[in-house]
Every structure is written in structure tokens, then in C-alpha cells.
Design a protein around this ligand. Structure first.
Ligand code: GLU
Length: 608
């Protein structure tokens, strides 16, 4: 079924006149329809929100041709693998949440990366010194941190379980974009520059993303014929062509012997992945987490992600307060404190449930939330870190104070991408996918056009046998991804998610608070300045949040500091996408107006 071929044919022909070969050639400008960004779109018959207009266009095309939300989500995700290669792609993993209009039920797929069977518990210790590797650059740019990718298996499973298309049809729009190229924007160029030293460390990566030694110019067209070829392997052979055979052999070889350039000074520790690890990979069907918030049913991602339990617990805590009647500073104070408490429990209890006992039911129990809410002083921020609660012993009654634990090191990075899709039948997808930090491990599989993840850096970096997120062979590292679908009276009300490492949790939480309690529209809720309290001494916040609320929040004892880290040039938190469903069938698709250069919301029909 040639979804986008007709639409893009003229464009591809036009580009062939100006683009001769290789990656970025300037100047050739693509169809403005595909590069124009709209942050809010309202209408009927289906909707999509992603960070990128090409990906949103792919989803809309699939929806217009009669595909459903699962089909469109895979098409959009595969296109993001082309246009957002530093955040998403077949070298990574993610979590796919689906509301099935026919059954009225929410199901999820855990497509998280897994640790290789030979990953030792001291994988993050340098054997030459006996000391822990530095997180940067050793761990982030390494084979050690590459987990077995889950994204191809997730796409295949999602289509089989809920879709109507085969993988080859769903990949078609992405193959088109990879072949004909997309227009480089500021964000893509800046992300490439931010990664220049890492990308220069590998022959394969510098060839693809640093043609002529520089990041592709803004306005030039970036093609990825290698990725188009790799996608065709998936089209023709299904995921067998990825997890078995030559491609699997090349992935394992790349992890074990990263293709380093002669001149790099980066250490690049080698990894342990084998073809057997790839062959063993399975994307898992999981029951969602569920909590009730202000009468709404909030469904999230169960462990191995900490998203569903942490967002859920914080909502249970907030549900015990009348936030909508509070002043804005009071409401924000309660939001920050609830988040800190939920993060304390995340640190203590969350890991891969196949390896550790995760008390998901207790963490999402309203009674536990009620007991945790006792820790919030309405006028005073608690000293951080706050102590975790006791999931084995709670009754909703305020307990005596517990001792505070040590500050937990937060080493999650802020890449990833998220998309929201709904179709004419009322099915909804919320999907967050990632290769971990922007640029993943920095390692492109030679001639295959995609980057490998560095997701295993999401394991705790120091091995502690009590830690639920300690390294173990074949385990999934704890994630923060929080794709969320909210029902009202059994019908979709809101679907949302975001990238941003552990600030994914706070972004989703704050956006729900903004929309449900603080009277904002979904577009305003997405755009509003953000702050993240992750049980640390300081609240990280965007500059606009600091300007607006620092003085007021100081009175409670909150200390704000600007967001942003060594890896990124922007002081942004998250890059959310959302769709709200109105009673008459109207959908409001919301994307970021500014963050990450702005996202792209589209609908199938602007009017009925
Ligand atoms: N690795 C992170 C997680 O799974 C996501 C990375 C990001 O959002 O930047 O939670």
C-alpha cells in the first residue's frame, strides 16, 4: 500500500536534481508542508502529535488510508528513526501503550533493552584500574552500555496485537523519507554538534552524521540510504532479519569491537553482546498500572519502567489535597513535594520485575498514597532527600518519621522522543521510544544507518545487592518513560508522554496537574514552564519557571536551579506530546510550541 509514495514522488524527483549522493547537501529545500510545524491542531477522524512534521505526516497518511492508531504509531516511530536518529530508532527501546476502543481496555508492550547474558555485575568498573569508569565519557560512549534493542520487536508485536498493517507497509513512509532525505533544522544540527567529539570517535558514525567533518548545515537535505536498506530488511524478513542473521552478527560485533577512529582519544570500553542475546530478545505484553485521579482513570507503564508507579503514586498523594482550590504557589509546592516522595519510593523499590520483587500494587494503592501524603507540610518543603515509605506496612494513617536516606545519584540523560496517535475508531497510542542519551552510545552499526543505544547506563552505576536496579545479566534497566492514557467514564480523555530521562515523570505529572487542576487547556498545559523535584536538595527548573515562581517558592524553602546538563545546550525539561478527546469526537492534538525547536500536531480532518 503506497501511503506516502504518491505524495512524496514529485518531491523526491525534484530533490534528485539537486542531491547527488551521500548525506547532507546544501541547499535543497523540501516540501514546506512537511517542515511547517503546528503546535496545536484540532479536528476529527484521527490525530497525531510528535516532535517532527515528517513523522506526524507519516501517521496522518496512514490514518487517511484507513490504518489504525497502532499502524500510524509504528509508521511515525519509524520515521522518527530517520529524522530524530539521535533520540529514537531500531537501535533502542521503548514502551508502547494502546487503548483498544473495541474492548475499552488499555494494554502495553515493554520493549525495553536488555543486558547481555555475559554482562558482569562489575561491568561499570574499569578492569585496568579497579575503579568505576567515569560516567562521561567512558560509560556513555561505550559498547558496555549497549542493551539488546527492543524497538523492532515492539513494532512487530504492536502491529500483530493491535494493528491492521504488516511491518512492510508500516515502514514504507519511513523508507521514503530515508531515501529522499529531510531538511536539517537548527535542532538537528545542534544535536550533531553537541555530539561531535563522540561521533568523531567512530568511523561509521562520522561518515554518516559528520559528512565532510562537520554537522549537516541547516536547510540542507539529509539522506540515510543505509537506514532505508536496513528498514527494507525488516520489511522483507520481519524482525528475524534484525535479531538473527548477518545484521545480528554485525550488531554484536560492533558492540564487542566498536569501530573506533585512529585519532580518537575516547576510551570506548567494549561490550558483551552476542548474537544469542539478540536471538533471545522478546518484547513483553504487560498489564498497565492504573490509578484514579479526580475520578479519571490513569493508565501508565508498569515496571520495568518506573513511570507508571511514580506518576501514579504522586497522583494518589495529590488526590488527597484540594489542589484546584489552592493558590498557584501552594499547588506547585504540593506538586513538588508529592513528586519527591514518589521518587523516594521509586529509588527504593523499582527495578525489572523479572529479577526483583516490585511492589507495584502497593505503590499505586491510594491508601499508600494517603499515608505518604502525611509527609507533606502545606507550608514548608521537607528536607531532601525524603525517606521512602514502607510498602509492607501501611494503613493510610500518618506514621512516625523515618530516617532520610542518602542522596540518590541521577545519571539519566535527556534524550528520547514521544508520540501520541488516535484514530477514527477511538483507538489511542501513547508511545515513548529512546536510544537513551541524545546520540545514544554514539556508535552507528557500520553501513546500517542507525545508532546503538546506551540504555544500560540506566542501571545503577554502583553495584549494591540491595538495589533493585543493580546490574544483572539479561535484566532490563529501570526506565522513567511514562506513556500515559487517561480515561473519563471509560472513554479516552487525555493521552500524553514526554522524553527527558527522570524528568519524564515530572513532565507528565505536571502536565496532568496543569490540565486537570490548574484550569489550563491541554496546549497551555504542555507549553507551561516546568520544574522537576526528584527527591534532591534542589528543584531543577526551566528559566521561565524560575522567573515566574522562584520568589514565591523560596518561602516554602524550595531551592530552584536551572535545568540542563553537560550533554545538552538547552535548559529545557521534556518535549511532551498529547491529545485531548472532547465529547463530540473532536480531538485536540498538542505539541511543544518551543522546546526542541517545536513539535508537530496534525489531525485527519480539521472539520467534521
Ligand atoms: N533512558 C531514559 C529512560 O528510559 C530515557 C532517556 C531520556 O528520556 O532521555 O527513562
Amino acid at each position: 500500500m503506497p501511503y506516502v509514495r504518491r505524495r512524496f514522488a514529485a518531491l523526491t524527483a525534484a530533490l534528485a536534481m539537486t542531491v547527488t549522493s551521500g548525506a547532507a547537501i546544501s541547499p535543497a529545500y523540501a516540501d514546506p508542508r512537511e517542515t511547517e510545524k503546528t503546535a496545536t491542531a484540532t479536528g476529527y477522524g484521527g490525530a497525531v502529535s510528535t516532535v517532527d512534521p515528517e513523522a506526524s505526516a507519516a501517521a496522518i497518511e496512514v490514518l487517511r488510508e484507513g490504518g489504525n492508531a497502532a499502524d500510524a504509531a509504528v509508521a511515525a516511530a519509524a520515521t522518527l528513526g530517520v529524522t530524530e536518529p539521535y533520540s529514537a530508532g531500531i537501535g533502542g527501546g521503548g514502551y508502547f501503550v494502546f487503548y483498544n476502543a473495541k474492548t475499552g481496555r488499555v494494554g502495553t508492550i515493554d520493549g525495553r533493552e536488555t543486558a547481555p547474558a555475559a554482562m558482569p555485575r562489575d561491568a561499570f568498573i574499569d578492569p585496568t584500574t579497579g575503579k568505576p569508569y567515569n560516567f562521561t565519557p567512558e560509560l556513555v560512549t561505550s559498547g558496555i552500555s549497549v542493551g539488546v534493542p527492543g524497538t523492532p520487536a515492539t513494532w512487530e508485536r504492536a502491529l500483530k496485537r493491535w494493528g491492521t498493517l504488516d511491518l512492510d507497509d508500516a515502514l514504507e513512509p519511513a523508507i521514503e523519507v530515508a531515501d529522499r532525505g529531510f531538511v536539517v533544522d537548527e535542532t538537528f544540527r545542534q544535536q550533531t554538534l553537541d555530539n561531535k567529539i563522540r561521533f568523531e570517535a567512530f568511523t561509521s558514525t562520522s561518515e554518516l552524521f559528520l559528512p565532510g567533518g562537520d554537522a549537516p548545515a541547516v536547510g540542507s537535505v539529509f539522506k540515510n540510504p543505509d537506514l532505508a536498506k536496513t528498514y527494507r530488511i525488516l520489511s522483507n524478513q520481519g524482525t528475524r532479519g534484525f535479531y538473527h542473521g548477518p545484521l545480528a552478527e554485525e550488531i554484536a560485533a560492533t558492540v564487542q569491537t566498536p569501530p573506533k577512529t585512529a585519532r580518537t582519544t575516547l576510551p570506548v570500553p567494549a561490550g558483551h553482546m552476542t548474537t544469542a542475546d539478540l536471538a533471545a530478545y522478546t518484547a513483553l505484553d504487560q498489564a498497565p498500572t492504573q490509578v484514579e485521579y479526580r475520578g479519571l482513570d490513569v493508565y501508565g507503564m508498569a515496571p520495568s519502567s518506573s513511570g507508571g508507579t511514580t506518576v501514579g503514586e504522586a497522583l494518589n498523594i495529590l488526590d488527597t489535597f484540594n489542589v484546584s482550590e489552592m493558590s498557584t504557589p501552594d499547588a506547585l509546592h504540593h506538586y513538588l513535594e508529592a513528586s519527591a516522595l514518589a521518587f523516594a519510593d521509586r529509588g527504593k523499590y523499582l527495578g525489572d520485575p523479572a529479577f526483583v520483587d516490585v511492589p507495584t500494587a502497593a505503590l499505586t494503592d491510594p491508601l499508600f498514597g494517603k499515608e505518604r501524603s502525611c509527609r507533606i507540610d502545606p507550608k514548608r518543603a521537607a528536607a531532601k532527600p525524603v525517606a521512602p515509605g514502607d510498602v509492607s506496612n501501611y494503613d493510610g494513617v500518618c506514621p512516625a518519621s523515618a530516617a532520610a536516606p542518602a542522596d540518590e545519584k541521577d545519571t539519566e540523560n535527556i534524550s528520547t522522543t514521544n508520540l501520541t496517535v488516535a484514530d477514527q475508531w477511538g483507538n489511542v497510542v501513547e508511545y515513548t521510544l529512546t536510544i537513551e542519551q541524545t546520540g545514544g552510545s554514539g556508535i552507528v552499526v557500520p553501513d546500517r544507518g542507525f545508532l546503538l543505544n546506551n540504555e544500560l547506563t540506566d542501571f545503577s552505576t554502583v553495584y549494591d545487592p540491595q538495589d533493585p536496579n543493580r546490574i544483572e545479566p539479561e535484566k532490563r534497566p529501570r526506565s522513567s518513560m511514562s506513556p500515559t492514557i487517561i480515561l473519563k467514564d471509560g472513554e479516552p480523555f487525555l493521552a500524553l508522554g514526554s522524553p527527558g530521562g527522570s524528568t519524564i515523570i515530572t513532565t507528565v505529572l505536571q502536565t496532568i496537574l496543569n490540565r486537570v487542576d490548574l484550569g489550563m487547556s491541554i496546549s497551555e498545559a504542555v507549553a507551561a514552564p516546568r520544574a522537576a523535584q526528584r527527591n534532591a536538595a534542589k528543584v531543577t527548573a526551566e528559566p521561565a519557571f524560575i522567573t515566574a515562581y522562584e520568589r514565591q517558592l523560596k518561602r516554602y524553602g524550595h531551592q530552584l536551579m536551572p535545568a540542563g546538563d553537560a550533554f545538552t545546550s538547552a535548559a529545557e525539561i521534556g518535549a511532551a506530546t498529547a491529545i485531548e478527546f472532547e465529547r463530540d469526537g473532536r480531538m485536540v492534538a498538542a505539541a511543544e510550541p518551543v522546546r526542541r525547536g517545536g513539535g508537530s500536531a496534525m489531525v485527519v480532518n480539521p472539520s467534521r
